[in-house]
Ligand binder design. Structure first.
Ligand code: REL
Length: 813
């Protein structure tokens, strides 16, 4: 009887796995069975690890773990995984398309089998994680506690019969930076106390995350609280195990972490003019160590100061330029002599960060096989990209981008608020202008930069995966995968507003102070009305987060807290703290003053409570010491003091005519350049720019947009055009503004230096052009805005009576 039942049961189960020929869906498992996974007997250990991860993912989703079996031919129904060079794939039709390629993969349903094949080891691993993610597993499963939700039946839905994918950017990775308040103490005291630092156990988890995010490169942590990556036993071996390429930041040439490794008392000054022999030896020692290690690396070349500072010893710019050129020649000699390879086969990068860009722009020659890695200005705006000549260089170019930063004019090390639309715009622009070799994003200490990090790396993998109007959908898909499809729309609206409000002013800048810890906080530039609007906007976000909490499945509660509740409420309370404090400062009624003071202080305590929960309760204490609510102890993070006296704010601003840049009434394009809206960019969330994003200058005929507005009372008015503070490559950005039939006026809209205007612009994400309009008559008017090149982004316009002055914010309606 038992046998008969077993037979019936097996027949039923086999039926479940009948794979339809007509669809591209592939049934992987149900609660009784999981298909087998077949691999070659010589499978690379990293692929074997990833196969086991997939099997675990499937078990967590269904309760059944596929068996992993060795084979050298297709026989039984199952998943066949391996490198295309494996015997198993000898007769694969697409073999040619994959062979010899960099990280390319194929996922295909073939008859009753699923084929997962990669051109190389990493390509195969990415393919495995692509499948895993399509099954509902988040790459943040471990780092964000996004626990799998059980499914009755697990089906891989492929929209096409076959997926072939390869990276848009060759080297894609993260820079762990300013880790002193979170990643370092967490690793040292919670996760890896046996090392007491960011050691191999932590790096293992980081490398696993990178592979799930289809990244391949690390710039390791390098701040003073951390020991140099190479000095911690097991770190470089871990990178090798996970096939992760090791590079280093602009401040650490030749893979040496100077802060930890350069011992001035023993070696003397880190000065190539006076101490060349020691510095050369120091660099050579690292190369010798790597000679036998076989790690994949990207060497950063050149030289700056010991840490994030200017190179020592040069009298002037010219001396710096010629010395850096000499240094690069010497470094390359060391590389070729050590590794006995042609230089073109040794990946090298040059990062013209801060003052180094000045050297480059003043004539510093960088050999053409070195990749130029263009940095942003630390606030998300790329300072410069390769021009047409530079785009022909053999080493190509890349980008070093920030979503977290320590430095002037202000740090943003606490929450992660870089507007996704800005990342999308800047990185697409970079790609279209040839930055395809290497993309590195400064993620601070990983958490809570999860979403922006994934967006950046997804774009690096496939630049075409998100179109200019696709960020909303991308966000919805993310929310659906991380939390629940049922609330993905609502979650996406919360985040769109969270990023937009922070684009107006980041939570870290709400004290209107500068970065130096001694600088005291100041009252905001908001009017009373703006203060109230902002308080209410954040109230709404808190309400929405609270109302959604009950719809979050049990498995995702911890993820919900760290990915949504903490950042959204943290930003809200930080704003409330300062905005109520501002209200207290202007209140003349003592009772009101006391009420606002209390609300400000309560907001501070709410951040304390949230942070305490994050560190001590969340996921049973897994993240203890991972969240600091006062990185670098800037005064902005303190509890606000009693405002001393009654302060008058600038008048209430009424009668403003707000125009969103995408509401133009007509446009003129030029050749194939057209005005288009970028989803989720700017105060308006709909900023516009010229597409395609490839650099183009317009000398005579210029593309323009025209706006219309109407005024009810004649008089003196002011018009403002608000742009994003993007940078120009060769010629300065220039816009022409024409009111009605008046003379067109030209304005330069970018700053080249890190001057006062640049500082103000990046803190408020706006470059403002003002045009007085005297004797404006009652009735309809037009404004024309023309541009001299691509790369100029228009966000909003406003018209207001001159007597009222400018406002911080331009309303959305
Ligand atoms: O963001 C950067 O690239 C630099 O500012 C960093 O390299 C540097 O470590 C900074 O955090 C200051 O110490």
């Amino acid at each position: 009887m038992k046998k008969i039942l077993l037979l019936i049961f097996s027949i039923l189960s086999i039926n479940v796995f009948c794979q339809s020929k007509n669809t591209s869906d592939f049934v992987i498992a149900d609660s009784n069975h999981a298909v087998n996974i077949f691999i070659d007997k010589n499978t690379d250990p990293l692929i074997l690890w990833a196969v086991n991860e997939l099997a675990d993912d499937i078990r967590e989703l269904t309760g059944r773990r596929p068996e992993i079996l060795q084979t050298n031919s297709f026989s039984k129904n199952g998943i066949y995984i391996g490198e295309v060079s494996d015997k198993l794939f000898n007769s694969l039709k697409d073999k040619k398309e994959l062979s010899g390629q960099w990280e390319k993969f194929l996922i295909q349903k073939e008859n009753n089998n699923l084929v997962i094949a990669g051109s190389d080891v990493r390509g195969t691993v990415y393919a495995i994680f692509e499948v895993s993610e399509r099954l509902g597993i988040s790459p943040w499963k471990w780092w964000g506690d996004v626990h799998p939700i059980k499914q009755e039946k697990l089906v891989l839905k492929l929209s096409q019969q076959k997926i072939i994918s390869s990276p848009s950017v060759q080297y894609r990775g993260i820079f762990l930076n300013d880790e002193d308040w979170a990643l370092q103490p967490w690793a040292a005291k919670t996760f890896e106390p046996e090392t007491g630092d960011i050691g191999p156990k932590t790096y293992e988890k980081i490398f696993q995350l990178l592979l799930r995010l289809k990244a391949n490169t690390i710039w390791p942590a390098m701040h003073p609280s951390t020991k140099g990556f190479f000095t911690i036993a097991g770190n470089k071996e871990m990178a090798q195990k996970y096939h992760i390429v090791i590079g280093s930041s602009h401040a650490e040439p030749m893979l040496r972490n100077n802060v930890d490794e350069w011992k001035t008392k023993i070696y003397g000054d880190y000065n190539y003019f006076t101490n060349k022999t020691q510095v050369d030896k120091y660099w050579q020692d690292r190369l010798d160590e790597l000679k036998s290690a076989q790690n994949e690396t990207i060497m950063t070349l050149g030289m700056r100061g010991v840490h994030d500072s200017k190179m020592e010893g040069a009298k002037d710019l010219n001396e710096s330029i010629s010395m850096v050129e000499k240094i690069i020649v010497n470094q390359r000699d060391m590389l070729s002599n050590t590794f006995k390879k042609p230089l073109k086969d040794i990946p090298q990068a040059f990062v013209p960060y801060k003052e180094v860009l000045e050297l480059y722009d003043n004539g510093l020659k960088v050999p053409s096989d070195i990749t130029l890695v263009w940095p942003d200005d630390n606030y998300g705006y790329i300072r410069r990209l390769s021009n047409e000549e530079e785009q022909k260089r053999a080493g190509g170019s890349g980008v070093y981008y920030h979503i977290s930063y320590w430095g002037r004019p202000h740090d943003y090390l606490w929450l992660s608020t870089m507007q996704p639309g800005l990342i999308w715009y800047e990185m697409n622009k970079a790609y279209e202008n040839g930055a395809k070799k290497m993309w590195i994003v400064n993620v601070g200490d990983i958490k809570p930069a999860e979403y922006d990090t994934e967006l950046f790396l997804d774009m690096a993998w496939n630049i075409n995966s998100i179109k200019s109007d696709g960020l909303n959908q991308y966000l919805k898909n993310w929310a659906s995968r991380e939390f629940s499809p049922k609330i993905s729309f609502e979650v996406s609206t919360i985040f769109e507003e969270y990023y937009r409000l922070a684009f107006l002013r980041k939570p870290e800048y709400m004290g209107w102070s500068q970065t130096e810890p001694t600088t005291q906080v100041k009252l905001s530039d908001f009017s009373e009305k703006e203060i109230w609007n902002r308080i209410k906007a954040y109230d709404k976000l808190i309400e929405k987060v609270d109302s959604l909490s009950e719809f979050i499945p049990q498995e995702r509660k911890n993820a919900w807290f760290q990915l949504a509740v903490y950042p959204v409420k943290g930003a809200a309370y930080m704003n409330h703290k300062f905005l109520y404090w501002n209200l207290a400062a202007i209140a003349s009624d003592e009772k009101e003053k006391a009420k606002y003071e209390l609300l400000a202080s309560e907001s501070f305590h709410k951040i304390e409570a949230l942070t305490d929960f994050y560190n001590t309760k969340l996921s049973d204490g897994k993240w203890n010491k991972m969240m600091s609510m006062h990185p670098r102890n800037l005064p902005v993070f303190d509890s606000v003091k009693k405002p001393e006296s009654i302060v008058k704010v600038q008048k209430e601003k009424g009668n403003r005519i707000a125009i969103q840049a995408n509401n133009f009434v007509s446009q003129k394009s030029f050749k194939n350049y057209n005005w288009k809206t970028i989803n989720g960019l700017g105060y308006s969330n709909n900023a516009i720019t010229l597409f395609p994003l490839k650099q183009q200058y317009f000398k005579t005929e210029k593309p323009f947009v025209i706006y219309e507005f109407e005024i009810k009372t004649a008089g003196e008015y002011e018009i403002e055009v608000r742009l994003l503070p993007t940078h120009a490559n060769n010629f300065d950005h220039e816009i022409g503004v024409q009111l009605d039939k008046n003379v067109l006026q030209n304005f330069k809209t970018n700053t080249r230096d890190r001057d006062k205007i640049w500082k103000e612009n990046v803190l408020r994400n706006s470059a403002i052009v003002k045009i007085p309009a005297s004797n404006l008559e009652k009735g309809k008017h037009t404004i024309k805005v023309e541009v001299n090149q691509t790369g100029i982004v228009l966000d909003q316009l406003v018209v207001y009576p001159s007597s009222e002055g400018s406002s911080y914010e331009i309303p959305l309606k």
